[in-house]
Design a protein around this ligand. Sequence first.
Ligand code: S3P
Length: 426
Amino acid sequence: MIIITSPQEKISGELTVPGDKSITHRAIMLGALARGVTEVRGFLDAEDCRSTINCLKALGVRITLKGKRLFIEGRNKKLKSPAGDLDAGNSGTTARLLLGILAGQEFQTTLTGDQSLQKRPMKRVIEPLRQMGAQFEGNAETLPLTIRGGELEPITFKSPQASAQVKSALLLAGLYTGGETIIEEPFQSRNHTELMLNRFGARLNMEGSRVTLQSGSLLKGGQVRVPGDISAAAFLMVAAAIVPGSELLIKNVGVNPTRTGIIDVLSQMGAVVELHEEKLWGKEPVADIMVKADSRLKGILVGGEYIPRLIDEIPALAVAAAVARGRTEIKDASELRVKESDRISTLAGELKKMGACVEETDDGMVIEGKDRLTGADVDGCDDHRIAMALAVAGLVAEGETAVSGAEVINVSFPGFMQALRSLVNN
Ligand code: S3P
């Protein structure tokens, strides 16, 4: 599928975005492991989360959709041996978190994924799960992987990366131990697993970038209301920040501080970003986000602890930087190289086709902002966030921008183009 965007006078209006992907995965997984029924409202109905649902159904979990709500009948941590291999599709979160759960099951399972996921590093979860007692067949460090689990030993693990997927996999495995599981990260990554475990009754201590799951943690299912995904909202926020005269309100977006780096950075670049109607849904902070393009954005240096707080928003941020005044440097972001695509190289390659001035570095990129980009034929690179970023870049590029392979957007934001179109005709 090819999508076409072109310069617009302004982005304006009010809308909601689909449910948070990270929280949806966790609600389904923790619901499956809890006792009783979990009801999930506002979940993300997109390919990645369907991969999680299908894997858990294959593991004996009854999941039903009634209207717009998902009902998950928890199995009190014990799943059923699946009839065949499990397929995590394109979803790294499904694969890594599920390995944590499978590490606690007394049967053997083979987990695979699509071409992109089969290239992504799994050693980061295999090694600590092995330390806990899970057995992996052979020496594979990528999918497909065959794992046999059972009773596990608790560990204290210092993660070399700030990765919520690694942390979450180990916390889920920690539910199958009789002791304390401690995970420390270089910087705090998103903490949705901790908040939801806590909500479901598990006992946890959270101190900055260190989390301790106490022994004997039992989970009780309940109701989960999923906020809008800030990682989806980010593309529209950047659109509103770079098209002069724009004013956009995105309602009920998750604004957990471990995810709001993009709000901080866009504000520092000169956009007006305001939070309204702040509230809590369960333990997750939620707000309406207002974005106004006040003046041309200015370049910025982004690195260190900001990176885990906006890792998925860097494709959108790179577009903002491409038309900002001056230089933007993104560093400490080598994790971008092992996402759905090597996002440093795909972003640099495709944005250059639009006349942007982007140089790759090992762990990020340097972007010299230009007044305007040039419309071009670009490719989504099999990566939902690259495809959406390029469509947004087309809003500030002379002529037309045609993004091919745009069906990949369904991985996380079905309805993205309808949402964008609804904001340009107001
Ligand atoms: C996610 C964690 C992040 C993020 C991904 C979703 C999660 O990955 O990039 O899109 O839901 O835990 P890492 O844990 O690899 O940083």
